[in-house]
Write a protein that binds this ligand. Structure first.
Ligand SMILES: Cc1cc2nc3c(=O)[nH]c(=O)nc-3n(C[C@H](O)[C@H](O)[C@H](O)COP(=O)(O)O)c2cc1C
Length: 404
């Protein structure tokens, strides 16, 4: 009898220890914490170089969440290229141009914005800050630009709309396999005043993100807008969440979304001129050139490398939004000179949120406003329309002249 009690006690003890280890790790990639603890900072941040934010954010975002936000697919070669690709072209300094206080205001799809930069849709801002997308929306609204909201947001669409207080917001849709749920998602966004649907088409399956695999990353927080039929999202990995979404996409999906809404439909994740053509023929009201910040297909080109050829194909029939790697004024300038109408930023917004809450998001946009103005001044361009007429110069040192 004593032996049985001893064996049972040992089994129970082992089970208890295993349970505790699981609780401690809890998908956060951190040990020693039972709960995911995102930042609750509330302050302006001072930015010298946008790239500095990554290291600073790593100090306030738990390891698992940081790996998810920061990471790209596989060896991250495409992710790294996104930023360095801007060095393939140079901006001619222009002097004696009479330019004075360049005007960075512009508009996209009928919406006036204070700078040609908007917030890209990104999942789970709750990983970075307790205010989650509601905090981001407030900061983006104060900055006078557009907030894009992911289907995988960690605030509800209603909370985000309320925090934006009437400022322009777009809803990014990942189609589910359930027709009724798709209709409900779009209807809900429309009823709440979202002004466009972004249909993301570059993620029929999740990229292979080594950081998430190594951290055994699972979403520690619920993603409340994901249709309930897909089950509880808390505790799921990104692979499981993508698997529940629609993973066979065709041009009919653009038509299908168009048939469900009167809102403009933007097709996001275009990296090939032929795909831009297909999307436009299917009814896209705008094209979003992006490689998802290097998080999907590794071993592909930087988004900036394909922008010019996509823009030539689009030929101004619809506006072009561009993202992946934008960190400073010269990047914005070069993307617009290459054919974008506006650009979007993903990670910098999340880092700003982590480091200062909504005020940190405002600091990120303020930095870009100031930096873009300076670049425009030094390059002799008074307005965003003038940037579109600028010829960039091939950078002859690192690539053969005339290569791009
Ligand atoms: C943490 C994170 C989550 C993302 N989630 C989504 C998403 O839910 N839907 C989507 O269309 N794009 C998503 N993206 C991609 C962004 O919209 C954007 O394409 C990318 O971040 C741009 O690159 P950048 O981070 O270098 O600015 C996500 C990006 C990050 C960093």
């Amino acid at each position: 009898m004593k032996k049985i009690i001893l064996v049972m006690s040992i089994v129970l003890l082992v089970a208890l220890v295993m349970w505790l280890i699981m609780q401690f790790n809890n998908g956060t990639g951190q040990s020693g914490k039972t709960e995911y603890q995102a930042s609750n900072r509330d302050e302006e941040i001072s930015i010298v170089d946008m790239d500095d934010l990554e290291n600073q954010a790593a100090a306030v975002i738990p390891v698992g969440g940081m790996g998810y936000i920061q990471g790209g697919a596989e060896t991250e070669s495409t992710m790294r290229r996104n930023e360095t690709a801007f060095d393939m072209v140079d901006i001619y300094p222009r002097v004696m141009t009479g330019v004075n206080e360049p005007d960075i205001k512009t508009s996209i799809l009928g919406i006036d914005i204070s700078l040609p930069v908007i917030a890209a849709p990104a999942a789970a801002h709750g990983l970075a800050h307790v205010s989650a997308e509601a905090g981001t929306a407030r900061g983006v609204a104060v900055s006078g630009t557009i907030m894009s909201v992911s289907t995988y947001a960690s605030s509800t669409l209603a909370q985000i709309a309320a925090a934006g207080a009437g400022a322009p917001q777009w809803f990014q849709l990942y189609l589910t396999k359930d027709d009724k749920a798709n209709r409900q998602l779009i209807q809900n966004a429309q009823d709440l005043g979202y002004r466009a649907i972004i249909l993301t088409v570059d993620a029929p399956v999740g990229g292979n993100r080594f950081r998430d695999v190594r951290n055994n990353f699972k979403f520690p927080l619920e993603l409340p807008n994901v249709p309930r039929a897909s089950g509880k999202t808390q505790g799921q990995g990104i692979g499981q969440i993508f698997a529940a979404a629609k993973n066979v996409l065709t041009p009919y999906d653009v038509m299908y979304v168009k048939s469900m809404t009167k809102l403009p439909v933007i097709v996001k994740g275009i990296m090939h001129p032929d795909d831009a053509e297909v999307a436009i023929v299917a009814g896209a009201d705008a094209i979003w050139v992006s490689n998802h910040g290097g998080r999907q297909l590794d071993g592909g080109p930087a988004a900036f490398e394909v922008l010019e050829e996509v823009a030539q194909q689009v030929n101004k029939r619809v506006p072009i939004i561009f993202d992946s790697g934008i960190r400073r004024g010269q990047h914005i300038f070069k993307a617009i000179a290459m054919g974008a109408d506006v650009v979007a930023i993903g990670r910098p917004v999340i880092y700003g949120l982590a480091l200062g809450g909504w005020r940190g998001v405002v600091s990120v946009f303020d930095y870009l406003k100031q930096d873009l103005r300076r670049v425009m001044w030094l390059a002799g361009t008074q307005t965003v329309e003038e940037i579109k007429k600028v010829d960039l110069r091939p950078h002859c040192v690192t690539v053969q002249c005339g290569e791009i």
